[in-house]
Design a protein around this ligand. Structure first.
Ligand code: NAD
Length: 448
């Protein structure tokens, strides 16, 4: 639930230090940390980030007003950010970044001082949820509640040590195994009882989400599994008036899907098959070898086309669509993955055509600016008194969370419009409908 009323909320100024705490010091989070440090030093450009280089049009097209987003709304600057995090692997962020091998050695050397100072706090970790990790840096406690309380203590210690004025927690940890929600997830009361009784259906990521909310800190989920999106934690977020957002950063193949599918649909072209396959060799790929973790990802990736194409409304065009997604762990590629898509489409009179996409992308290079924007926008949301599900940030997610009675919007361009109009709204500017008839009405009345 967002705190949208017809009057824009007042946004508290973005002054002081913004702490960013990440469960998961791996490829994505170290690429984010390295990037922020390199940009701060003037040794890199923040391409891919709306908050750093994006602009937003205000008013009419004739007015020529397109300020930077960060001039329109008050966002924390990169020099105000400090990072910390947890990981079951005890590597500092520099060592983790070297192992992830996303960025070249010269770039990592240039930010070595900052990264090597980021030591992971012991994680709340459970092999039942992520089996393929060698866990040596983990917390122990008498119950899940005791472990979650240790996370709250970590957050408060970090806040005090670093002098943070505000914090955001963003999950960049491994994908946990998919699970059906049960009674323990349905209310805050049952969830907290489950924590005390160490209910096996409570995952580590749910415990981080609970700890963040308990500490008054916004929570973002970059992975596909359930975390803050369960009824119990949605209730907690509303009660504590804290924003939550997720799930699963939208990068790579799904980003392409949500760019191309709306275009085909906009022109009423049919799709009979969409086969997607990937090879990747990073630790994320290794974790996704596990069928339970892959199932989380698969559900997240498959839902996208169904929602965009609406086969129930367009049965002739999309009713028989065969959609498959495969991920194969292939170590030689590391983080430099390759995603192939074959689309069987049809047009006028049902005549068939094909589209082939071969995207040689770098997952963490696409994910880092998404993570940065999410952190800065969630901080903005909290300073503006917005709480609960932040649907306006769906633009960044493969499986955007929404209220149960709403379906998620996957079309990147509708998501973008919503994001931009929310920013205009927060800044007290007029929303843009793109109707534009008034330009022609005034031109024609002049001509008469
Ligand atoms: N790279 C992308 O484009 C992309 C896109 C969408 C989603 N994601 C998701 O983001 C997450 C991070 O991806 P990555 O490539 O950085 O993976 P990674 O394997 O490099 O890093 C994940 C880290 O999380 C740690 N971890 C596992 N369980 C933990 C726990 N309970 N507490 C704290 N740390 C824990 C692991 O030890 C590892 O260091 C994954 O869930 C991935 O599916 C990534």
């Amino acid at each position: 639930m967002s705190r949208m009323k017809s009057v824009p909320p007042k946004t508290a100024p973005a002054q002081g230090t913004l702490g960013v705490l990440v469960p998961g010091i791996g490829a994505v989070s170290t690429t984010l940390m390295a990037g922020v440090d390199l940009v701060r030093q003037g040794k890199g450009k923040p391409f891919g980030s709306l908050t750093q280089i994006g602009r937003v049009r205000l008013g009419k097209r004739t007015e020529g007003k397109e300020p930077l987003i960060r001039e329109l709304v008050d966002l924390a600057g990169l020099d105000q950010i400090v990072f910390g995090g947890w990981d079951p692997v005890p590597d500092d962020a520099l060592t983790a970044a070297r192992k992830a091998a996303v960025l070249p050695e010269d770039m990592l050397n240039a930010c070595a001082e900052t990264l090597s100072a980021i030591q992971p706090m012991p994680a709340v970790f459970d092999k039942a949820y992520v089996p393929n990790i060698d866990d040596t840096n983990v917390k122990t406690g008498a119950s899940k509640r005791a472990l979650a309380d240790q996370l709250v203590a970590d957050i408060e210690r970090f806040r005090a040590d670093k002098g943070c004025d505000r914090l955001v927690v963003i999950w960049c940890g491994s994908t946990e195994r998919a699970q059906e929600l049960g009674p323990v997830h349905q209310s805050l009361e049952s969830f907290e009882r489950g924590l005390a009784e160490s209910d096996p259906a409570i995952s580590p990521s749910m415990m981080y989400a609970w700890a963040a909310l308990q500490s008054g800190v916004p929570y973002i989920n970059g992975a596909p599994h359930h975390a803050a999106d369960i009824p119990a934690l949605r209730e907690f977020a509303r009660q504590k008036q804290i924003p939550i957002a997720g799930n699963d950063f939208k990068t790579g193949q799904t980003l392409m899907k949500t760019i191309i599918a709306p275009g085909l649909k906009a022109r009423m072209l049919g799709v009979s098959g969409w086969f997607s396959t990937n090879i990747l060799g990073n630790r994320d790929g290794q974790v996704l070898e596990d069928p339970g973790a892959f199932r989380s990802k698969e559900v997240s990736k498959l839902g996208v086309l169904e929602r965009i194409l609406q086969p129930d409304l367009y049965p002739d065009l999309y009713g028989d669509l065969y959609h498959a997604v495969r991920i194969n762990y292939y170590p030689p590629r590391g983080d430099a993955k390759e995603g192939w898509d074959n689309l069987d489409i049809f047009g006028w009179l049902g005549m068939p055509m094909q589209i082939k996409i071969d995207f040689l992308c770098r997952d963490s290079i696409l994910a880092a600016p998404v993570a940065l924007d999410l952190v800065l926008f969630m901080d903005l949301a909290q300073r503006s008194g917005m709480f609960g599900i932040q649907e306006w940030l769906s633009f960044y997610f493969k499986s955007p969370i929404t209220l149960p009675e709403l379906y998620p919007e996957h079309d990147l361009f509708k998501q973008r419009k919503k994001l931009y109009n929310t920013l205009r709204f927060l800044a007290g500017e007029e929303l843009i409908t793109h109707l534009g008839l008034d330009y022609y009405e005034s031109a024609e009345s002049e001509a008469r």
